[in-house]
Design a protein around this ligand. Structure first.
Ligand code: SAM
Length: 279
């Protein structure tokens, strides 16, 4: 897929998903976000850049961990997601957080200016993740750390059929390499190649709970990465998509909804004084 097209699909797709995102996903993503923050081990007064901050669910927690003596720069490609995040943070009066609409592959921020760079469930959508990882390292002071969380292996994510179901009706894959980083040791390898050292990796299983078919359909099509493609389908096509998707998660149906298995992979790496030096 042409990287420029992928960025446009992501930017405007997440714009569309922005207002539905928290309701559909905040509970489901919490285990990954908790582990990301545990691995980041942030201290009061630290300066943090967050990549692909989305609606601010993690930003809010980073802001409270570093406190007003710290600094948070929250970045995302989608302007509407950033609006959501701004609104969320405004409620807690966090003056030490600033928001920038930036592509993960091109963080227009100074070198060696932050203690930590974090990215929760955003790197799968970036056309060239190694470029984004190098950017996340470049902005760190020596000794700083990066923590990244991604979805795990395709076979471990019971909702994965959403992509082929949509891709069958559009010209190019919506998220061509979605499961690549979460497969095997790919995430750690990409981080090592980008220059990170002292890597720590955790793979955790999770359960995505939907109380009804409507809730499952809303999360998959309206509040997530295929929102752009979905918005362009007519009513009949949408009804077919719903039917196919619900059939794909039928093995996980229970009396009161669905319990769909999922997997997350999280990795932490340190940026040392020799990290940016090409061998
Ligand atoms: C699943 S959301 C994750 C949001 C948040 N980090 C969280 O954990 O709830 C994915 C986010 O990645 C952002 N994104 C997609 N492609 C991006 C890119 N190339 N650069 C920066 N952000 C991007 C989207 O706009 C969206 O807000």
């Amino acid at each position: 897929m042409d990287p420029r097209l992928q960025r446009r699909v992501q930017r405007y797709g997440w714009d569309r998903a922005a207002t539905a995102y928290d309701q559909a996903w905040s509970r489901q993503l919490r285990p990954s976000q908790d582990l990301l923050l545990e691995l980041a081990d942030l201290d009061e007064g630290e300066e943090v850049v967050e990549v692909a901050c989305g609606s601010g669910l993690v930003t809010q927690r980073i802001a409270s961990l570093v406190g007003p003596s710290g600094k948070v720069v929250a970045t995302d490609l989608s302007g509407r997601m950033l609006d959501q995040a701004r609104n969320l943070l405004a409620e807690s009066g966090a003056d030490h957080v600033t928001f920038r609409r930036l592509d993960a592959e091109s963080l227009e921020l100074p070198d060696a200016a932050f203690d930590a760079s974090l990215c929760s469930l955003g790197l799968m959508y970036v056309p060239d993740p190694p470029v984004a990882l190098r950017e996340m390292g470049r902005v760190l002071r020596p000794g700083g750390r990066t923590v990244v969380g991604v979805w795990g292996e395709r076979g471990a994510c019971g909702w994965a059929e959403v992509f082929p179901i949509v891709d069958a009706r559009v010209n190019t894959a919506v998220c061509p390499l979605f499961f690549q980083l979460g497969t095997g040791d790919n995430l750690a390898r990409r981080m090592e190649e980008a220059g990170f050292r002292n890597l720590e990796v955790e793979r955790i299983t999770t359960v995505i709970e939907y109380d009804s078919p409507e809730e499952a359909v809303e999360a998959a099509f309206v509040a997530g990465p295929v929102a752009m493609a979905y918005s362009r389908f007519d009513e009949d096509t949408r009804a077919q998509l719903h039917q196919e998707y619900l059939a794909s998660i039928a093995p996980y149906a229970e009396a009161d909804g669905f319990r769909v298995p999922g997997e997350f992979v999280l990795a932490r790496g340190e940026w040392t004084s020799s990290s940016g030096v090409r061998k």
